[in-house]
Design a protein around this ligand. Structure first.
Ligand code: SAH
Length: 237
């Protein structure tokens, strides 16, 4: 999969892309990430990307044209919103909230382009030439870059072959509509706290049952909304 990012702060990305799973996935050619400087697509001497908001108000708004020019260059053609065109994502607090389902759908794509806003946000006409607006949660960030990194991270670990054991994906939180069961590692007794005996029993059937039950309980207690959602999805199937 290929991911292009358009941002005024390209320097934020290398430390993240060069660490851990993302580094390994890039080296293994599971994902190729290219970061583009939005200011390279400005025309004036001042490389201006923002201007005052129409209607007044504080701060600056990012102009549509540099994003359009950058996206057109990166795509090699004008943005195309028809089915089959490349998915282009504007990071936005007003966007669709990222969850496992949206991440899985993005992970199926051969290519993504992610646009990062800054300042008070971007000219509303940018949303008209992208296929998706994505929010990473109900809070406001100072820019789209950290959100773009969240998208890149979660979509990359969903690529086949990126994680060692394939079942580690299926059992993770949200994949099955439930939270993951609690995990433990050595030592078996740590500062008076033990490990559930079933996990040291060697009985894999009972361990499986215990884990399933723990997933169900944790989800019911911590995230009743997920229980309702998966019930709802089942009913709609
Ligand atoms: N005034 C805007 C926020 C602008 S924040 C509003 O109230 O909605 C500047 C940029 O940060 C946005 O253009 C967007 O790209 C990014 N951003 C802020 N919060 C975000 C969130 N929750 N998810 C994704 N991107 C976000």
């Amino acid at each position: 999969m290929r991911i292009d990012v358009i941002t005024i702060f390209p320097q934020m990305f290398p430390p993240v892309l060069e660490t851990g799973m993302l580094r390994v996935a890039r080296e293994g050619s599971h994902v190729d990430v290219a970061v583009h400087d939005l200011r390279d697509y400005t025309t004036g001497r001042h490389r201006q990307v923002d201007d005052q908001p129409y209607g007044g108000g504080p701060g600056m708004v990012m102009m549509a044209e540099p994003f359009y020019a950058a996206l057109t260059d990166v795509l090699g053609s004008e943005p195309n919103l028809l089915p089959g065109g490349t998915r282009t994502i504007l990071m936005s607090a007003r966007g669709k909230r990222l969850d496992h389902r949206l991440a899985s759908s993005l992970a199926q794509e051969e290519r993504l382009v992610v646009l990062c806003g800054r300042y008070e946000g971007v000219d509303a006409r940018v949303a008209d030439f992208v296929t998706d607006e994505v929010s990473i949660g109900d809070y406001v960030l100072s820019g789209g870059e950290i959100g773009a990194m969240v998208v890149i991270d979660t979509v990359t670990r969903l690529q086949a072959g990126v994680l060692g054991a394939s079942e580690s994906l299926e059992e993770e939180s949200f994949a099955s509509g439930q939270l993951e069961y609690p995990q433990y590692t050595r030592p078996a007794r740590w500062r008076e706290a033990g490990v559930p005996p079933v996990l040291i029993s060697g009985d894999h059937r009972r361990i499986g049952e215990w884990r399933q039950e723990q997933s169900r309980l944790s989800t019911a207690v911590r995230r009743p909304d997920l229980c309702e959602e998966s019930g709802h999805n089942k009913r709609n199937r």
